[in-house]
Design a protein. Structure first.
Length: 317
């Protein structure tokens, strides 16, 4: 008797329920990992690993045992922070599709993304990686934007500052919730925010769709997400073609990655295109399965993710 075909899912919370249900509906078994023994997704999971997704060594050890019974097809990682590193380790060790180490590094650490962009001449805001023990004021001119270098919680503690007097407190705030205890201090670039969903297939980009992100700034300078809109304002304009060309050039450097990426761009009023962030968390902010699905009733994001990793049968939308 052959091994049972299965898909590994990191996380068993509300954000992963749709994935776990989909795995079963597609005829595969789910192997689900979460440290919370009361996770809602465990009730519909076939195999439960009650382990922290942050702790890749015990996760790998358990999966090696289960490998005698299961054939692993891919890993679904709708997670962020160190859990993405775990997903990349699973993908690499068991030689299955999932987020690659090269992608996770760029999506989790803003300073690594900035250095990568500078190396290959992509526009990126000038910045520094700084910890809270550094008492020196950055030589960048105000206004600045200060962010956790390794984000775990969305836009938390991202702040625009116009006064030198609040620099140190803002730096400390960002460092306190960064997984690596560092902040990324950048020059603030004004403009509109556009995100684009892309499938990266070992250096080749398949562009799915774009949307606009509406961002506000509260009275203390903290960034707040206000909403999103699709189709994007760039649709059918020259700037869209420039963004697509930029994406293809960027993805051409990711030879080890077969996974979905969300690019976050800032487009200035001079039509300069800055790369702000990369996301490899399968749209943890719900945009992919809710907003895009409402604009296209035939769009099933998670099904597309699984199918693309299993047979790469994906078409540009």
């Amino acid at each position: 008797m052959g091994k049972i075909k299965s898909i590994i899912c990191l996380g068993a919370g509300d954000g992963q329920l749709r994935i776990i249900r989909l795995i079963r509906s597609m005829g595969y078994r789910s192997i689900v990992i979460d440290q919370n023994k009361n996770s809602v997704g465990f009730d519909i999971s076939d195999e439960i690993l009650n382990i922290s997704t942050f702790d890749y060594l015990p996760v790998i050890k358990k999966l090696k045992v289960l490998e005698l019974k299961y054939e692993y097809l891919c890993v679904m990682a709708r997670v962020t922070g160190p859990a993405l590193y775990t997903a990349s380790m699973i993908s690499e060790l068991f030689k299955i599709p999932g987020p690659s180490k090269e992608l996770v590094k760029l999506s989790l650490k803003k300073s690594d993304l900035r250095n990568h962009c500078k190396r290959f001449n992509f526009l990126v805001p000038a910045g520094h990686k700084i910890n809270s023990d550094n008492s020196e004021i950055t030589n960048l001119e105000l206004p600045l934007i200060i962010k956790p270098n390794s984000t775990i919680i969305g836009k938390k503690s991202i702040r625009i500052i116009n006064q030198e007097s609040i620099y140190k407190s803002s730096l400390k705030d960002a460092c306190s919730i960064s997984y690596d205890d560092y902040a990324e201090v950048q020059s603030f670039v004004d403009g509109i925010d556009v995100s684009t969903l892309v499938y990266c297939d070992k250096g080749k980009a398949k562009i799915i769709c774009s949307w606009d992100e509406f961002i506000g700034i509260d009275e203390l300078g903290y960034i707040k997400g206000l909403g999103v809109g699709t189709p994007s304002v760039i649709k059918n304009k020259d700037i869209e073609l420039k963004i697509h060309a930029l994406i293809k050039e960027f993805v051409s450097k990711l030879k080890k990655t077969s996974y979905f990426i969300i690019f976050s761009f800032r487009i200035t009023f001079k039509n300069e295109i800055y790369i702000i962030e990369l996301h490899s968390d399968l749209g943890g902010d719900l945009i992919t399965e809710h907003l895009i699905a409402r604009s296209n009733k035939k769009f099933d994001f998670f099904r597309m993710v699984i199918q693309s990793m299993l047979d790469k049968n994906i078409k540009n939308k």
